[in-house]
Design a binder for this molecule. Structure first.
Ligand code: GCU
Length: 330
């Protein structure tokens, strides 16, 4: 009887709008944000942060729903959906983006930067901004840059230098640029979507792959490929992009919201950088503790790698080579 009274009391309060919970606000616009990384990864944590900022700063009128782990499709297919408005936002590796927007290649060339600070000086400067803006040519709106560290090779069998890489079958992203790069280093390449790399390594369909510490660790690739050759052949930044169609919807809601979104993205980019630095160090530590065998390059071996990728630089016209010189000097 007591329970019944409590139930009716709660029902009456909620009908009268006096419940203890604040009434749910309904967003005017729900936007979908895709990422192929798992929950807890720096980029997906940053996506959640972005969603929270957008919700607060639009007074709940825009809700961003994050779909992690490639739930909306592979990186390339998500970008293609975004071009016509099927997905509203995505975070994309510049190597995948280069398939649609070749100008971004200048930012991911092998051994281009001396370190991460150098890369950030370029991305935060005029060159980074003009490449972010230029992605409109590929049917996307560039919002901000994310860090993704440097990529190195990892293999099922021990590899200690360039000579051992020759003719191995290495998985690369669905990116002609990445195939070119890895083939310049003497390996054969096979393009496989990120979510399928783990099983390709496990079944020995490939000899190895290449990625940053955080991906190597979080995707469990180290289980089948415990040899990590720390050659750091490329720093590949990532971009958060939006569909132009979705941006129109946002502006229709309130023209001021475009600026709101852009500044939320800018702050999110800064937040991701911090998350990245921590996760990269933690992942490296974890992989080493788990027994992965890490080989560092001698100065001579590093020169061998740099020499091998020179034809990639030579393949660009003078105008691009001048831009590359500016990036190097930044
Ligand atoms: C990194 C990057 C992903 C990309 C992946 C890959 O993990 O963050 O966006 O898909 O590399 O190698 O495919």
């Amino acid at each position: 009887m007591k329970r019944l009274c409590a139930f009716f009391l709660a029902l009456m309060l909620s009908l009268a709008g006096c419940g203890s919970q604040a009434p749910e606000t309904h967003p005017d616009l729900i936007l979908r944000y895709a990422d192929n990384q798992p929950p807890g990864y720096p980029t997906t944590q940053a996506a959640a942060y972005f969603a929270e900022l957008v919700k607060t700063r639009t007074n709940g009128r825009i809700e961003v729903r994050v779909y992690d782990s490639g739930r909306l499709g592979s990186e390339n297919s998500v970008f293609e959906q975004l071009q016509f408005g099927g997905v509203d936002f995505t975070r994309i590796s510049s190597a995948a983006l280069a398939e649609y927007y070749t100008q971004v290649e200048v930012l991911l060339l092998p051994y281009l930067y001396t370190d991460s600070e150098h890369m950030w000086r370029v991305l935060d400067g005029e060159i980074g901004q003009s490449i972010l803006d230029g992605v409109s040519e590929a049917g996307a709106v560039g919002l901000c840059w994310f860090d993704a560290g440097a990529r190195s090779f990892y293999t099922r069998q021990k590899v200690t230098g360039l000579a051992d890489l020759q003719n191995l079958t290495i998985r690369v992203q669905e990116s002609r640029y990445m195939s070119r790069l890895v083939e310049a280093l003497g390996a054969r390449t096979v393009q496989i979507a990120y979510g399928d790399v783990y099983s390709a390594l496990q079944t020995a369909a490939i000899d190895g792959a290449e990625n940053n510490w955080s991906s190597y660790e979080s995707m469990g690739h180290y289980e089948a490929a415990p040899y990590y050759l720390l050659d750091e052949h490329s720093r590949i930044p990532e971009m958060v992009v939006m569909s132009p169609k979705s941006l129109e919807k946002v502006k229709d809601l309130d023209p001021a919201f475009e600026e709101v979104l852009r500044s939320c993205a800018q702050e999110t980019g800064e937040y991701e950088r911090e998350l990245w630095a921590k996760r990269e160090a933690d992942s490296e530590e974890k992989a080493r503790k788990l027994g992965c065998i890490v080989t560092e390059l001698s100065d001579q071996e590093l020169l061998n790698f740099q020499e091998a990728v020179k034809p990639i630089y030579d393949g660009y016209p003078e105008e691009i080579r001048a831009l590359i010189r500016r990036i190097r000097e930044a």
